[in-house]
Write a protein that binds this ligand. Structure first.
Ligand code: ZN
Length: 582
């Protein structure tokens, strides 16, 4: 058997955000070996150039002599052709970037993302990769998504891809162990503060996991699963790995109902990736190129369909009420309706362009791109409704997912967009597959209306509460200095009258507008009123007359009074709840 690629991680300087990685390049591949640090990590489709955080790298041969390391491109190094192995390579990394796809090491914890940490040896990626990661200080503990090896503090990946798909966390951290369908799970809270109720998290996660498993059938496709959840003062998100996930939430998440619901949705999202993405893999992502972007047109399924279920699964698990589900779907619907870019960038293209658009945002983003998460989720919802309208006793989109799973899970080819359309056709017919193809291939929004919602006993009503401000057509960010137009929506009121994204709002009709005051200020006017909007644009002070627009409709999804028994049954199969609960 080939000698494993071995890494040893030294965290003794973690208080300074420093990590030292010792890579042992085996004797048989040392001469001329090319060592590569990935530029991106699967699940987050943007070039991050992790090499940015490599402070030093040096190599010594079997006799302890220094070896020259030639840089090859921006993120690889080449050992001399006459290098005598095993060669020891030591990298010092700076790790002070807390996100789910970057390293963050401090006095409290050490989150290590393998793509950002472990250079691989080209040509030796198929052999086992071992990581020796003793906690520092010794009283702390290491959590790994990898199985443990025979040696203490050692974790073993089957190959390079397995290692890259398996994050690490170290610390003196609260954790809960529980089971889903007899399989051991752990939830590790690496929050910098905050006090999660681990028993409640375990119970919710178990319930979500069980409905997820029920959807696909069979056994849980993993032997163990670990959630590594970092908490910080802001932010949020997740990254799926083969047998676990990395989550990030604000530390006070668990004291706030809406934030907690977002967290539950995130848990469902990452958990569903156990199936969709990690074992049911888009064809282009089966063998990713870690040195260059790997494009896929299928993120509207990989992420969009997953996003649809991350609202549905907590509802079926009775973690959410059906009211929360409907309000969340409505919010996604409103957001996509308000995004001008949804009529400019087809969903398939949005997926391909994740690398340059989705993950690289500026003030023009809503005008030029659509979100393959939210927009993809709406396509899934429309498809689900159409399937349930055609067959009220059926399982809707669940059936398509199950079929995809049966046909394409754990294959060396993964699945293509055509495979998805074929599965849609098998469950719902060729016309429906053609409709989905059009929804993702051209710039258009899904069509969800009363007629379609009636299939599950719903209609579109109006949100009852409060007066609504006339529309300015902007997205804002706010800080202590006030309100900034983070985006000005194409063809909206502010756009038409010459306000642009990035302008900082000073006053409306000569009266200053402070943080939190914009909505109140606008409520003093009627749609069609002209107001003087004063902004700063860089060093300039500008005032523009703006005609305010009609407010956005405030929709609310409601139960139909005339819902048929078939529709009530379809609602129950869809959400796991009785229609009367609304
Ligand atoms: Zn995802």
């Amino acid at each position: 058997m080939a000698t494993p690629i071995r890494y040893a991680v030294d965290l003794t300087d973690r208080v300074h955000h420093l990590v030292r990685v010792h890579l042992t390049v085996p004797e048989d591949v040392a001469a001329g070996a090319r060592l590569v640090l990935p530029v991106w990590t699967p699940g987050s489709y943007v070039v991050r150039d992790y090499v940015h955080h490599v402070q030093t790298i040096r190599a010594t041969d079997a006799d302890g002599r220094d070896l020259p390391l030639a840089l090859d491109g921006t993120t690889a190094w080449v050992l001399p052709d006459d290098a005598v192995g095993p060669v020891e390579v030591v990298l010092e990394l700076y790790a002070n970037d807390l996100s789910v796809r970057t390293n963050h090491v401090d006095d409290h914890h050490a989150l290590l993302i393998p793509a950002a940490t472990f250079p691989y040896v080209e040509g030796a990626t198929d052999r086992p990769h071992e990581v020796h990661l003793p906690p520092h200080p010794a009283a702390h503990r290491t959590w790994s998504l990898l199985p443990t090896g025979d040696d203490a503090d050692t974790y073993v990946a089957q190959n390079r891809d397995h290692l890259i798909d398996s994050a690490f966390e170290v610390g003196d951290l609260p954790a809960a162990d529980f089971e889903v369908a007899g399989v051991p799970h752990s939830f590790v809270w690496a929050g910098h503060g905050g006090a999660p109720d681990l028993d409640a998290i375990a119970a919710d996660t178990r319930a979500i996991g069980e409905v997820c498993l029920a959807m696909f059938g069979g056994e849980l496709p993993t032997q163990r699963y670990v959630f590594l959840c970092a908490g910080w003062d802001q932010g949020g998100g997740g990254l799926e790995h083969r047998d676990g996930s990395v989550l990030q939430m604000p530390v006070r998440t668990f004291q706030d109902d809406d934030l907690n619901a977002r967290f539950q949705s995130l848990v469902a999202h990452e958990y569903l990736h156990l199936w969709n993405v990690k074992r049911l893999v888009p064809a282009d992502l089966v063998e990713p190129d870690y040195e260059h972007p790997t494009h896929s047109p299928s993120l509207w399924v990989a992420e969009g369909w997953t996003a649809y279920y991350d609202d549905l699964l907590p509802t079926r698990a009775e973690v959410w009420t059906p009211r929360r589900l409907l309000d969340t779907l409505r919010d996604t619907w409103d957001r996509v309706d308000r995004t001008p870019g949804a009529l400019l960038q087809p969903l398939r293209q949005a997926s391909h362009e994740a690398w340059t658009k989705h993950y690289i945002r500026d003030e023009n983003t809503p005008n030029v791109m659509t979100d393959y998460y939210g927009h993809g989720s709406l396509v899934a919802w429309e498809l689900d409704l159409r399937l349930r309208a055609a067959d009220p006793e059926g399982d809707g989109l669940d059936e398509v997912f199950r079929l995809l799973w049966q046909r394409h899970a754990n294959t060396s080819e993964g699945y293509t967009e055509q495979d998805v359309l074929d599965a849609v056709a098998a469950v719902g017919g060729d016309d429906l597959a053609a409709l989905v193809d059009a929804r993702v291939g051209t710039a258009q929004r899904p069509e969800i209306d009363d007629a379609l919602l009636a299939a599950v006993g719903l209609r579109v009503g109006e949100q009852p509460n409060g007066p609504i401000a006339p529309d300015l057509g902007v997205e804002v960010t706010e800080d202590d200095r006030g309100v900034t137009f983070a985006a000005v929506l194409r063809d909206g009121p502010a756009w038409r009258d010459g306000i642009t994204g990035g302008d900082r709002l000073v006053a409306i009709d000569g009266v200053t507008v402070a943080r939190g005051e914009l909505d109140t200020a606008l409520r003093a006017y009627e749609p069609g009123d002209d107001v003087e909007v004063t902004v700063t644009r860089g060093p300039r002070l500008l005032t523009r007359p703006v005609t305010l627009g009609q407010p956005r409709p405030r929709r609310r999804l409601e139960r139909r009074d005339d819902a048929t028994d078939a529709a009530a049954g379809a609602f129950a199969r869809w959400t796991g709840h009785d229609l009367d609960e609304l």
